[in-house]
Design a protein around this ligand. Structure first.
Ligand code: 5GP
Ligand code: MG
Length: 458
């Protein structure tokens, strides 16, 4: 997953972009970059690490201009190296272009091979680089035509921001996998993956960039093109944005994430009403479903484990060794409180099961008498090809093991996963417009199971 910010027609655009990215930090912590049009050409700065580490005042001052795009990265294709941090910038025929992509393409490798055969030379191992190659290839006929033609060729998830000198373009795949919103900011425009970035910047939300839309912003304001008007695709918004990914104060797909997460908790109680001394979340991801469960059941909500906030999301740091270490660094049970108690522990999802096992063990060691573990989504059994870094099926614990086997593995009294119906009920009117492939294996478009994140690494 990644986060995108675009600013048009606002002085100090790079600074606004920086703060927008700061609000979207949860969407990717591997690297961050900003590209700005300085009146003549696009200049860029990218770095590994968190937004606050990647930039400083001096760097931002050098990125002068009032049109900018920015990106925070979480890798789904290509290694975690500086070269792969976006925006991806190129020069072509006296134009400078910068592209920032959220999502993952499913046919990038085939397209890349085809382009290489035609003589294209790639600089990175990103699927996103294919997009810019195609756009440039078709550019003779005009930018909008080139983007439309590219959109017809690439398959998969893409919310994209593209700077082409002094034009800011946003486009989104016709399935609408990843979010992208448009707002007004100080007489100019802002684009962001999630509306929490608008809240921080003081931008006013206007609308989402529509699935399949190309939105071109120039000095006359935004203009919309709809290359899929005749050929709409079934909407497939990623439901995992609600379950885990997005920030609870955001609206994604025009729905508030906090409320959906509370619904997940209500529905958990409806399906699995238990009695216990209290309900506790594994923070932060389990917090809002635990709150929903507590409010529906009348059981008190307690914070039985305390989170150290000064480390990033553990799942995202790529190596297995580091992940184990940071699990221990991140959460610590309040022993005095848990000792002798029967507890309902709520988390958003079980992926590999390894972090949860450690966390549950620490609650057990703190003296819990009984542990009921509730998960606010169904078993994750299938890999995601559309931008969430879910491992291959064999690493997903629920793809190989029954709920009862997982319960034994975690060494708990109850394990309950929210049903698919409970999940769908929680998103209300979006129920027919979501991608559920990680739970059902029904992919909205053809995928290649041999895909590996490092497919393009040499
Ligand atoms: P597990 O026990 O499967 O090793 O880890 C489960 C934890 O991983 C849950 O608390 C859940 O919030 C978190 N998680 C689920 N999906 C993702 C993801 O895509 N990225 C990150 N960073 N964490 C995730
Ligand atoms: Mg979590």
């Amino acid at each position: 997953m990644c986060g995108l910010v675009g600013i048009y027609g606002v002085p100090e655009a790079a600074k606004y972009t920086y703060f927008g990215l700061f609000a979207l930090q949860h969407r990717g912590q591997e690297g961050a970059g900003i590209a700005v049009f300085n009146g003549k050409r696009i200049v860029e700065y990218k770095n590994l690490g968190l937004v606050s580490e990647a930039f400083n005042e001096k760097i931002l001052q050098e990125l002068a201009g009032d049109i900018a795009v920015g990106h925070v990265r979480y890798s789904t294709t290509g290694a975690s190296v500086l070269q792969n941090v976006q925006p991806f910038c190129v020069k072509y025929s006296k134009k400078t272009l910068a592209l920032a992509h959220n999502g993952n393409l499913v046919n990038a490798y085939a397209l890349r091979c085809e382009l290489e055969e035609e003589g294209h030379i790639f600089q990175t191992t990103l699927d996103s680089e294919v997009i810019i190659h195609l756009i440039v290839k078709y550019l003779k006929e005009g930018l909008v035509y080139a983007i439309a033609k590219t959109m017809k060729r690439i398959k998969g998830a893409y919310s994209v921001l593209l700077l082409c000198d002094d034009l800011l373009v946003a486009f989104r795949d016709p399935w609408g996998f990843r979010p992208l919103a448009l707002g007004i900011l100080n007489g100019g425009y802002a684009l962001a993956s999630e509306t929490c970035a608008f809240d921080l910047l003081g931008a006013e939300y206007l609308r989402d960039v529509a699935p399949g839309e190309i939105l071109v912003i120039d000095s006359n304001g935004p203009k919309s093109f709809l290359p899929f008007e005749e050929d709409p695709q079934p909407l497939s918004h990623c439901i995992f944005e609600f379950v885990y990914f997005a920030r609870p104060d955001s609206f994604v797909f025009q729905k508030n994430v906090y409320l959906v997460r509370k619904n997940l908790g209500y529905n958990l109680f409806k399906e699995c009403p238990l009695s216990a001394d209290f309900v506790m979340p594994l923070p932060d991801s389990g917090t809002y479903a635990a709150l929903g469960y507590s409010q529906a059941s009348g059981l008190p909500l307690e914070f039985g484990v305390i989170r150290n906030h000064y480390i990033g999301r553990t799942f995202i740091q790529p190596s297995e060794k580091l992940r184990d270490l940071s699990v221990k660094m991140k959460l610590n049970p309040v022993k005095e409180f848990i000792r002798g108690k029967e507890v309902i522990v709520v988390d958003d999802s079980l992926v590999r099961g390894t972090t949860s096992k450690n966390r549950i063990r620490s609650i057990r060691l703190a003296g819990a008498k009984k542990i009921h573990f509730l998960i606010s989504c169904p078993p994750l059994r299938y890999p995601c090809f559309f931008g969430i870094d879910f491992p291959q099926a064999r690493e997903l614990i629920a793809s190989k093991h029954s709920v009862e086997e997982i319960r034994k593995f975690l060494d708990i009294d109850t394990l309950y996963y929210l049903s698919l119906e409970g999940l769908l009920d929680s998103v209300g009117e979006l129920r027919d417009k979501v991608c559920l492939a990680c739970f059902t294996g029904n992919y909205p478009l053809e995928v290649d199971f041999s895909f590996r994140k490092d497919i393009t690494e040499i």
